[in-house]
Design a protein around this ligand. Structure first.
Ligand SMILES: [Zn+2]
Ligand SMILES: [Zn+2]
Length: 265
């Protein structure tokens, strides 16, 4: 079975893809299941977008329309990618009381309203400072917030590091605490297959982090392409599955109404 659990439709400000177009391409690619994970990043302040929020009623309406058309050909789930900051946690808690979704990616895109991808957070800090700062911030979030399924692109800071990639060695203590906490909470992490298109030398998260997660007993792992363009669906899945098998993983997970369910790979 193959499932892509990180897909942005045009309900995300940075994607123009219609849900229906995504579903049709997914069927063509032989995917058995997909999950839409559109962006909700509250309190985003940058010069490119002034809002990064899903229009919930429209999002659900279009999801159910497309699902009813194609449910005999592919499983289609509804999820969200929350770009959580400590001060926006109450808004996500409210959303999760109001809306029923299958799956939530917990991601960190901004810290104190400073964007990682624009290097606003990194500016004025040493490489070790902003890398450790990022993982310390994630730890704070998981200590206060539990309305999620898996942590998205755990070492995403590497994608936006103006000084190259810092070796995991400098942050492995924080990552270990984070993974232990996630496992204890019954949550998981994702392998984000966009690492190839970002020309990263390793997987996202890195093989070392995935191994550590496995050795600590972590098994809940989803696979997602982080699609923003149609050709990115199911991006490098087969190569990455081989690498996951080499670590020891023989199952990946889907989610149904926030409940994890394993499937063989
Ligand atoms: Zn993200
Ligand atoms: Zn994403």
């Amino acid at each position: 079975m193959r499932a892509d659990y990180h897909i942005h439709s045009n309900f995300s400000v940075d994607s123009k893809l219609e849900m229906e177009e995504i579903v049709l391409k997914s069927i063509e690619l032989g995917l058995d299941e997909i999950c839409f994970t559109d962006h909700v990043d509250y309190d985003v302040k940058n010069h490119i977008v002034d809002k990064q929020e899903v229009d919930y009623p429209e999002f659900f309406r279009e999801y159910y329309r497309v699902k009813s058309l194609y449910e005999d050909k592919i499983n289609i789930k509804i999820g969200l990618e929350f770009g959580v900051q400590t001060h926006t946690i109450p808004r996500y808690v409210e959303d999760m009381k109001k809306y029923d979704v299958d799956f939530v990616l917990l991601s960190c895109h901004q810290i104190d309203n400073k964007e990682l991808w624009l290097n606003q957070y990194q500016e004025g800090k040493s490489q070790i400072e902003y890398n450790r700062g990022y993982y310390e911030y994630l730890l704070k979030i998981v200590n206060e917030f539990s309305d999620f399924s898996v942590m998205g692109h755990l070492d995403v800071i590497k994608r936006y590091d103006p000084n190259g990639i810092l070796d995991d060695e400098y942050v492995i203590d924080l990552i270990e605490s984070l993974l232990k906490k996630v496992i204890e909470m019954g949550k998981g992490i994702e392998v984000n297959t966009s690492s190839y298109r970002y020309n990263l030398p390793d997987l996202t998260p890195s093989t070392r982090i995935l191994k550590l997660y496995y050795d600590l007993g972590g098994r809940i792992l989803t696979m997602g392409s982080d699609t923003h363009r149609i050709e990115q669906l199911k991006d490098h899945f087969e190569e990455i599955i081989l690498q996951l098998k080499a670590i020891g993983f023989d199952e990946l997970y889907t989610f149904d109404k926030m409940v994890a369910k394993p499937y063989k790979i």
